[in-house]
Design a protein around this ligand. Structure first.
Ligand SMILES: Cc1cc2nc3c(=O)[nH]c(=O)nc-3n(C[C@H](O)[C@H](O)[C@H](O)COP(=O)(O)OP(=O)(O)OC[C@H]3O[C@@H](n4cnc5c(N)ncnc54)[C@H](O)[C@@H]3O)c2cc1C
Length: 322
């Protein structure tokens, strides 16, 4: 039976959510196309992660070594190269994250296996693998079929699949020998630095009013701040608002900002780029205001208002009163 491997991503003592999304995808490939899922966990002190994953898949391959304590391309790629060449999985999945983006394209060149990055859907069409990639800020889905190969490397965009719920399989954990590394390394792990915490913690707010480039000018920021205060919401934003220094980085929602889980997310003047939407996938009710009826954000929102955001801001202020 052909296999699909999930390369687990973990950081600072926890498995990243994106790994559980890959579990869902691998299970889908199992039920629809009879691929057998297995997990690969690489690192130091990673047995607890392997134990968690063994409750999701029949087999978890664990490579445990002190030299793998911190992620560096040379060591992780050496391990994965060895596993891929010996175990010959048909598909290897990894999150489209800094981790996956550094590992997979180079690994593809080194193993000769084709790679597609940032996929939002993965399936088989007969013997060949087909992936969907969302391009031009989510406006177009491009469907790619690979020429036949012994194996494929795929990175998957966060939020494309729902994370797998807790499971209770009794899968096995296989201790895989760590291969020798080609030292000296070209890179050095200097340390892990968490982004500085700002004055607000948008990740804990139950109600976020989020503004995007549609706010147009720094002069309009006080209007949004006033509305947020009246609504009892915390003000957050998309990346261009931070890039223009209209609001602080601690208020940015998205892949390079914060992941938020408010009960209510009210987005105004935000187009709905995947980097933004990936940060709100755990939100409750999602309302979008945008004057462009074709804005991608409407495909993700629960409720959409096609209107000038300034009109809606004024109307809300008027409704609430002083
Ligand atoms: C590596 C990387 C990481 C990234 N990380 C993030 C991230 O963490 N978070 C993030 O947000 N982005 C991130 N981005 C940027 C992302 O790709 C988009 O460019 C960004 O989200 C767009 O922001 P926006 O929707 O505010 O602006 P735009 O895409 O310019 O959209 C503005 C929207 O406002 C609407 N609008 C304009 N005027 C009005 C009005 N008066 N009333 C109503 N609607 C109006 C327009 O119709 C448009 O849809 C990242 C990009 C890269 C490459």
């Amino acid at each position: 039976m052909a296999k699909v491997f999930i390369v687990a991503e973990h950081r600072q003592g926890a498995i990243r959510d994106a790994t559980y999304e890959l579990v869902t995808l691998a299970r889908e490939l199992e039920s629809k196309f009879a691929l057998e899922p297995a997990a690969v966990v690489i690192g130091h002190g990673v047995r607890p992660f392997a134990e968690v994953l063994s409750r999701h898949v029949n087999e978890t391959i664990m490579v445990e070594n002190e030299a793998l304590a911190d992620f560096r391309y040379e060591t992780y790629a050496a391990v994965l190269r060895d596993i891929i060449m010996k175990e010959t999985p048909l598909v290897v999945l990894c999150p489209q994250s800094a981790f996956g983006m550094e590992l997979f394209p180079r690994l593809s060149a080194e193993t000769g296996r084709p790679c597609a990055t940032d996929c939002v859907q993965v399936e088989m069409d007969g013997p060949s693998l087909v992936v969907v990639r969302s391009i031009y800020n989510g406006k177009i889905n491009s469907r790619l079929a690979f020429a036949s190969s012994g194996g494929y490397l795929i990175t998957v965009r966060a939020g494309s699949y729902a994370p797998a719920a807790e499971a209770d399989k009794a899968g096995t954990i296989r201790d895989y020998p760590c291969p020798a590394f080609g030292e000296p390394f070209k890179t050095e792990f200097l340390g892990y630095r968490e982004a500085a915490a700002g004055t607000v913690d948008i990740s804990q707010a139950p109600f976020l009013l989020s503004i995007g480039r549609g706010i147009k000018d720094t002069e309009n920021i006080p209007k949004a701040e006033e509305l947020a205060a009246k609504l009892g919401a915390v003000l957050s934003c998309s990346r261009p608002v931070v890039d223009k220094k209209w609001l602080g980085k601690e208020r940015q929602v998205g892949t390079s900002g914060r992941t938020v889980k408010p009960k209510l997310y009210l987005a105004m003047g935000i187009s709905g780029a995947f980097q933004h939407l990936a940060g709100i996938k755990g939100s409750g009710t999602f309302i979008a205001v945008n004057r462009d009826p074709k804005a991608p954000i409407f495909r993700a929102a629960d409720y959409g208002v096609v209107e000038d955001m300034f009109k809606i801001m004024d109307a809300l202020k008027e409704q609430i009163g002083t």
